[in-house]
Write a protein that binds this ligand. Structure first.
Ligand SMILES: [Zn+2]
Length: 315
């Protein structure tokens, strides 16, 4: 008898709880919805935003960010986003504007409050002087967009993100600056270590596949003497490949560096015929499963490059 009278009260109690919990949780912590075009940007938003952000990433770390298929699911992800973090300098020009337009979210468009280009404050390399000649490759008309490959630039990107988060959510301003300080300390001590490891190799010459490693090699003190892709985004001519092989042999270039989102077949042949070591490396976080943060990314790059250069020394 007693249980029949208790039960409805218990059920009523559950109903009340069930309906109030989501409301109170929402009122307490309104998470900032972020869309990041790349895994590197997504990582930084998560590191600085921590529990205040929910980050959705578009390009996978092993995908070529120059050419991403603009899927309808990406538009859905952007519809209710508060912030859009992207590389800029037209890296994503082939697909991102379509998504922004499709999402009809005015915050994310150019000049919108949620539009966060991560190139702000970074010294951009290779800005073309004068008019851009599309026949010379049209991938980097505003300068080289691969700036996240210098770990010092990752700190500037994290600063931009901390500023954007604080503007969107001033209540947590102090959390964001504390997280930024922690990230800065962590990266700076790793940078010191990498610079020590690279020191014996400063001034060494290498060949790269695409114009994307200049920020990295400048920081490392390596000299890129030539590219497999002599016009960014355009397949090399047989004549260029022939001259490149002669140069690699003639100047004893020990290393060809390329990103793992390109087809390696033709470059493997060049390496084989010249004796250079081909390093196929991830250019972003999650470019390989084990690369889950910037320290692991640059650990991997420094290790594979120094290993190849050391091997190249032995006759
Ligand atoms: Zn590029």
């Amino acid at each position: 008898m007693g249980s029949t009278t208790l039960l409805p009260r218990f059920v009523a109690c559950l109903l009340v709880l069930g309906s109030t919990i989501p409301f109170s949780a929402n009122a307490h912590a309104k998470t900032i919805k972020v869309v990041a075009t790349t895994t590197d940007i997504a990582y930084l938003f998560e590191a600085i935003g921590n529990s205040q952000v929910e980050v959705r990433t578009l390009a996978k770390g092993y995908q070529d960010p120059h050419y991403l298929e603009a899927k309808p699911s990406y538009i859905a992800r952007m519809r209710d986003a508060d912030l859009l973090g992207y590389v800029g300098l037209e890296l994503e020009v082939g697909w991102l504007p379509l998504l922004v337009e499709g999402a009809r979210n005015s915050r994310l468009g150019a000049g919108g409050q949620g539009n966060v280009p991560l190139s702000v404050g970074i010294e951009i390399r290779d800005v073309p002087a004068g008019e851009v000649d599309r026949s010379k490759g049209d991938l980097h008309p505003l300068g080289n967009p691969h700036y996240w490959l210098d770990p010092r630039n990752q700190i500037i990107m994290a600063e931009t993100i901390a500023t954007a988060l604080a503007l969107t959510d001033p209540d947590h301003r102090e959390d964001y600056s504390a997280n930024l300080a922690e990230f800065r300390t962590r990266l700076r001590s790793a940078i010191d270590r990498w610079e020590e490891e690279m020191a014996p190799f400063r001034g060494r010459k290498i060949v790269c596949y695409h114009t994307q490693w200049e920020y990295l090699t400048d920081w490392m003190g390596l000299e890129i003497v030539d590219y497999v892709e002599n016009r960014p985004g355009i397949p090399p001519s047989p004549r260029h490949l022939h001259e490149l092989k002669q140069r690699i042999v003639g100047e004893h270039i020990p290393l060809i560096l390329m990103s793992n989102f390109f087809e390696t077949g033709s470059v493997e042949k060049i390496a084989k015929s010249t004796g250079a070591i081909l390093v196929v490396a991830p250019a972003s976080i999650k470019g390989e499963d084990s690369i889950t943060d910037p320290v692991k990314l640059f650990d991997h790059l420094v290790e594979s490059i120094t290993a190849a250069l050391s091997d190249g020394d032995t006759p």
